[in-house]
Design a protein around this ligand. Structure first.
Ligand SMILES: [Zn+2]
Length: 110
């Protein structure tokens, strides 16, 4: 089991990874983040650098997730660093993990 799930395109080329986000999960804000690895980009044109360690990954720069959740569709923010297999939540997160550092969660094999 790994803490990352590979995302491949139709040509079987690696686009990036997704990982479980305990903060978003606890707040019913989804529960995972997708990280395209450079030169791949997400829909906003952002891509990340990955150190190649799938057991204890480091991605740079930080990851900022913003989306509307809940009955009132209020915009919620999740802002974190992934460093050496740890998720460091910044204090501007809207969920209860703000300011905390937690180990990444292993993804069950499917
Ligand atoms: Zn999150």
């Amino acid at each position: 089991m790994s803490v990352l799930q590979k995302v491949m395109n139709q040509q079987n080329e690696l686009l990036g990874y997704w990982f479980i986000c305990p903060g978003c999960k606890a707040a019913s804000m989804g529960g995972a983040h997708y990280i395209p690895v450079n030169p791949n980009k997400n829909s906003l044109g952002a891509g990340w650098n990955f150190d190649g360690n799938e057991e204890k990954p480091t991605f740079t720069p930080s990851v900022l997730g913003k989306a509307k959740y809940g009955d009132d569709q209020k915009e919620q923010r999740c802002h974190l660093f992934v460093k050496v297999g740890q998720i460091q939540y910044l204090s501007d997160c809207d969920h209860e993990f703000a300011g905390q550092t937690v180990p990444m969660v292993k993804i069950e094999e499917v």
